[in-house]
Design a binder for this molecule. Sequence first.
Ligand code: SF4
Length: 260
Amino acid sequence: MYNMGDAIFHRPESMPDRSTHFCPGCGHGITQRLVGEVLDELELRERAICIGSIGCTVTSYIYYDVDGMEAPHGRAPAVATAIKRCHPDLVPFTIQGDGDLASIGMAEIIHAATRGENITIIFANNANFGMTGGQLAPTTLMGMYTSSTIKGRKAEQNGFPIRVSELLATLDGPAYIARVSLHNPANVRKARRAIEIAFKAPMAGMGLGFVEVLSMCPINWKVEPVDAPQWIVDNMVPQFPLGEYKCKPEVMGLKTVVKE
Ligand code: SF4
């Protein structure tokens, strides 16, 4: 535990003392921590199961003191569905990147969402396939340079970015869908609150909890880590507006007990 003046900062109890494999300035470490805080808050260490999916978050489960399982590429929502249906008392969750969820896993997320599965999905959107070298993803921004769009994303060649939160919000199954960002402390706090609701809603049997997190990937954006948060503001937020895209009326009651 570290004392910083009046503030007390400590690692969530549900996270072991382990260094992460993420690049300097990556947003994944922040997202992992926020999930860890929620696991502590909701006392889920004995009930949560972290489903690893392919991408930079492939081994998410090693950063939590909870049970874990590995899913094939894009299939984490299907694996989480199976766990939840076989063991309704458990709390399966996954942290999926955009290459994983919005490309090869698009079928799984859409069908899990429309079935209203009582699972939690945290969707890290950094606009590229991070782990494999920064190729075009379904979420790559218009005009964005990647290792497979060296002249920038062009609509006539690559189509347009998929706005996953808006897409899923057209379905009846999800209980809660929000897009948040990690570009400054105020937005990190909003992300923390959204993630908490995304756990509580499926735990209450209301349907899928889904949070899209705009997350820094400085190494593939070719920017300095310190500049990556502003890159989100300048480039990602205009194409991926922040906000809640779905909140069933019964979920509103959960919000009143969300801690700041
Ligand atoms: S490649 Fe990007 S998303 Fe993956 S760990 Fe590095 S900075 Fe993070």
